[in-house]
Design a binder for this molecule. Structure first.
Ligand code: AN7
Length: 364
């Protein structure tokens, strides 16, 4: 690739590892190529010798990792002649589906749980002009309906049960290995529907397999650590959850569709699932913002919350290189962020020089 070539998205970048041909029309918004940020301050706070990086997926075009899967799923839907796509969503999938549908010139239908998706995600999906169908039910109910409706209407499902979604999402693992020159020792991520943990594992396995010719010597594959919200933790409970509840609405999911694939990732990698309380999730979200300048949405912070606990207990040993995926941008969910900071809410003063001076000196 010449040095002045524009970055035009992850399908183009990794096209020899993705199911596209020379003639496939790529539906892209320049997704992928997100920053892998090394944390400077939080590792010190743990008192342990660890290297932690965050893969900041909130910098994708619609603000979440879903864009990786959606560029691929919509590209393949269009290639197959589809005129409409459909998904159930806790918010991020709907925003991504809506945007990529516009890009492709096709129609998007999204089923969302009424009142249970973050404000930013609703705003995006409305602006992109998708047909929003709110249901009086949760994500799992919407997912069940989407699976049935595909037999009754000419729509392509773009939830992660569509295998092209995982194909696109596996590229995040490629980027991490390309950048570090190895795989991390531990890869921590939030788990909802469990598509992403499955996709990363697929990516790491493909990249490290001898057939691709460049297995890194150290850090061939990571241990996969999946963290769920305590009120929506079927992988830890060992059974589906019918009424999931969590402040992290993105992962308010009780019947994960990639159940089997995620268990395979756990077993093959020697990893584990664990759960974090809402308080731990929000504390990790705030910690990332105030100590590192990285703002992610609540669900994303489950990865760091879980990692910090497992570092503290020694389950993740000192000397480890850890990557946490921050799946979505903090701007997605302004309500929860502002509520969390109520104790430090802004001071209001008269618009005078003296009052500003006092406000500064009082708060130095
Ligand atoms: C920020 O948008 O399921 O385990 O419908 O938005 O692959 O489901 C979102 C999931 C983590 C969980 N973090 O990923 C949807 C949806 C964020 C998310 C997850 C989601 P999976």
């Amino acid at each position: 690739m010449s040095t002045n070539q524009r970055y035009t998205g992850l399908i183009e970048k990794y096209r020899n590892r993705l199911p596209v041909s020379e003639t496939t029309r790529l539906i892209s918004l320049g997704e992928g190529n997100t920053p892998l940020i090394q944390l400077n301050n939080i590792p010190r706070l743990t008192g342990k010798h660890v290297e932690i990086y965050v893969k900041y997926e909130g910098l994708n075009p619609t603000g979440s990792f879903k864009d990786r899967g959606m560029t691929m799923a919509v590209t393949k839907a269009v290639e197959a002649g589809s005129q409409a796509i459909i998904c159930a969503s806790t918010g991020n999938t709907s925003a991504a589906a809506a945007a990529y549908a516009v890009r492709a010139g096709i129609k998007a239908f999204v089923l969302i749980p009424e009142g249970k998706i973050a404000l930013g995600k609703l705003a995006q999906t409305l602006m992109y002009g998708a047909q929003i169908i709110q249901i009086n039910g949760n994500f799992d109910a919407g997912m069940a309906l989407v699976k049935e409706i595909a037999d009754h209407a000419p729509v392509t499902i773009v939830n992660s049960i569509n295998p092209f979604r995982l194909e696109g999402q596996k590229t995040a693992a490629f980027e991490i290995v390309d950048e570090l020159g190895r795989a991390p020792d531990y890869h921590c991520l939030p788990v909802g529907n469990a598509g992403n943990i499955s996709a990363y594992w697929k990516g790491y396995k493909e990249y490290s397999s001898e057939s691709h010719g460049f297995a890194p010597v150290v850090g061939n594959r990571p241990v996969m650590c999946g963290y769920q919200a305590a009120g929506a933790a079927p992988f830890i409970d060992g059974a589906m959850v019918d009424n999931p509840e969590t402040v992290a609405t993105a992962i308010r999911i009780g019947h994960p569709q990639s159940w089997d694939l995620a268990w395979i990732a756990q077993k093959e990698s020697g990893g584990w699932f664990d759960k974090c309380t809402d308080e731990q999730i929000l504390a990790a979200q705030k910690m990332l913002s105030e100590h590192e300048g990285v703002f992610c949405e609540p669900a994303s912070a489950a990865s760091l919350a879980g990692a910090l606990r497992d570092i503290s207990s020694g389950k993740i040993p000192e000397g480890s290189l850890i990557v946490c995926t921050l799946t979505g941008n903090g701007l997605k969910d302004p309500d929860i962020a502002i509520k969390q900071c109520i104790a430090t809410h802004p001071v209001t003063i008269e618009a005078t020089l003296d009052a500003v001076k006092k406000a500064i000196l009082d708060n130095m």
